[in-house]
Design a protein around this ligand. Structure first.
Ligand code: SAH
Length: 217
């Protein structure tokens, strides 16, 4: 093996942990391998970037636990032609993972600081199929159109009807649903010919989805 293809031990352990926890989609594992999580965490946390845990970022928010990122991505069943919407950009890490598997990712964040930081990180990494937008996922302009996949990465007490209506036919939405502080359930909604199929997946903990663009920077 050449030095170039040798992954550092922590990245090998990272892959192993994801596989052990049940992630089996090779394209998802490859995306998790390729995107440098250390570029999305706070400088002081770089040593912990490949541990399977959520970490604090600016504005009191968090970058999700890698297993949860991989699991949600796997459950979306992405294809290269998909147009994806993410609500809750945070660090931009989940958007970066999605962008390796989809055609285009629009990601929306209510904190300007987070949106700006994520946008410049994503630019630096050369991921050209991601658009970071400052906005409120609960009040998206009509002109943004419809999406093949929607992923919400902040806890919603319920999934707004307006959001599922943004799904294309056969579209899939995945969101943590439950109380703002506590345990939520990851819910997957599929748009079918006759309506919507809803399935509860696993328990998770996310920071709350809040309405409006944040007044704080
Ligand atoms: N996906 C992120 C982690 C998300 S943390 C990552 O990979 O790092 C949840 C994010 O959702 C926070 O940054 C929070 O500010 C944002 N958020 C909460 N409510 C929102 C809303 N209504 N619209 C857009 N973003 C929202």
């Amino acid at each position: 093996m050449s030095a170039k293809t040798t992954a550092p031990p922590e990245k090998m352990l990272f892959q192993l942990t994801l596989r052990r926890r049940g992630i089996s989609d090779l394209a998802v594992l490859r995306a998790m391998e390729e995107v440098p999580r250390e570029a999305f965490v706070e400088p002081d946390d770089r040593g912990d970037a490949y541990r399977d845990s959520a970490l604090g970022i600016a504005c009191g928010q968090t970058i999700s636990q890698p297993f949860v990122v991989a699991y949600m991505t796997e459950q979306l069943g992405l294809a290269k032609h998909h147009r994806v919407l993410e609500i809750g950009t945070g660090s931009g890490y989940q958007a970066a993972i999605l962008s390796r598997l989809a055609g285009h990712v629009l990601t929306i964040e209510r904190f300007r600081t987070l949106a700006d930081t994520a946008r410049s990180r994503i630019e630096d990494l050369g991921y050209h199929n991601i658009e970071v937008m400052l906005g409120d996922g609960f009040a998206m302009p009509e002109q943004l159109g419809q999406f093949d996949r929607i992923i919400v990465t902040a806890a919603m007490t319920e999934i707004p009807e307006a959001l599922v209506q943004r799904l294309e036919p056969d579209g899939i939405l995945i969101a943590p649903v439950g109380p703002h502080h506590g345990v939520q359930t990851l819910v997957r909604v599929k748009r079918t010919e006759s309506g919507f199929d809803r399935k509860e997946l696993v328990d998770v903990r996310f920071v709350p989805a809040l309405p409006g663009i944040a007044k704080e920077l």
